[in-house]
Ligand binder design. Sequence first.
Ligand SMILES: NC(=O)c1ccc[n+]([C@@H]2O[C@H](COP(=O)([O-])OP(=O)(O)OC[C@H]3O[C@@H](n4cnc5c(N)ncnc54)[C@H](OP(=O)(O)O)[C@@H]3O)[C@@H](O)[C@H]2O)c1
Length: 351
Amino acid sequence: MQLKNYAAWIPVENAQLEVGLAPFPRCGDDELVIKNHVVAINPVDWKIQASGGFNLTYPAILGSDVAGEVLSVGKKLKKKFAVGDRVISHALGLGNGPAYGGFQFYPILSAATTSLIPDDVPFKEAAVLPLSISTAAAGLFMNANLGLNFPKADSNLGRPFTNTKDTSTLLLWGGSSSVGSSVIQFAAAAGYAVIATASPANYEYCKTLGATYILDYHNPDIIPILISVLKGTNVAGAYDSIGSDTTVRQCASVLHALGGGKIASVVSSPEDLYGDVTVARIGSTGIVSQEPEVAKMIWGRYVPWALKNKKFVPSPKALIAGKGLDDIQKGLDRQKQGVSASKVEILLDDE
Ligand SMILES: NC(=O)c1ccc[n+]([C@@H]2O[C@H](COP(=O)([O-])OP(=O)(O)OC[C@H]3O[C@@H](n4cnc5c(N)ncnc54)[C@H](OP(=O)(O)O)[C@@H]3O)[C@@H](O)[C@H]2O)c1
């Protein structure tokens, strides 16, 4: 029987998603096609729906996070992937056209942002990860951003915070966000002491992932407290996983008081900061297009190894908001309402 592909299309800017037929994909030599089992929703999905951008041509297919089963394998990938393999992938629809968007039954995926997942990790757990993997890796490891050391394959989660110059510390604004959850795990595995901000309800969550010290960003004295905690340590930089003007400025105040440094920000990059503080705006696809050695190291080597060895744990928890392509719009609306240490997902079959 001929398989049919369906997608949740965005017909024009500012319109609701509509389910309809999509061409059945054929993958290139470096690509895979999967049968999509679970998609996760990211803020960028509803942000594009509300305000456009990314030079999209419409109708378009959004969606960055997918988990599913390999249906066809490009010629050059036969040694790495096989039909039936279970994978997660950062779907690269933005910039590459609708066949590459995540919100369809059979998306085309780039092998550069795809990883095998172990049999004991359900698709709905693993689907929370892909965009956060690329974004965390881009901010932490690209030389254009913080340029930190890669995680070591044999490292333990976390390390004691000694408050001495021997320990390289990372200031992470937003430890319980989806991106922040991968930042903590990668940075801790690379040997950095992660000092994160979060709500008190998520302190334990951040600690479990490997953060060394967590502080409440609602505290009006958060800046002087962070300065005193980080003083005397070797601060490797700040990762702002929230990326509002306010949070970038908060990170900048801390770094400035400690003698300056670099911030990697997921969104905002104001220019009128202190002379000794620079801000790099993270682009998650930079790990493929600008510094491909980062994608090779993280997606190609570290993630498959660390998932298998339980050194990298799918986080945050999935918040299932519906089932089927028709419910993806509901998922976007739910993500827009705000979440705390959880990732909105839509199941596409009987997971
Ligand atoms: N540049 C890129 O390529 C790229 C890629 C992916 C995402 N992004 C952007 O990155 C941002 C985060 O995305 P996400 O999916 O990780 O978000 P998310 O998981 O939806 O963020 C929710 C979390 O943010 C935390 N939070 C909210 N305000 C905070 C503040 N002022 N300080 C510290 N934590 C705060 C909350 O923590 P508590 O519940 O603990 O309070 C909550 O856990 C979005 O703006 C997204 O568009 C950019």
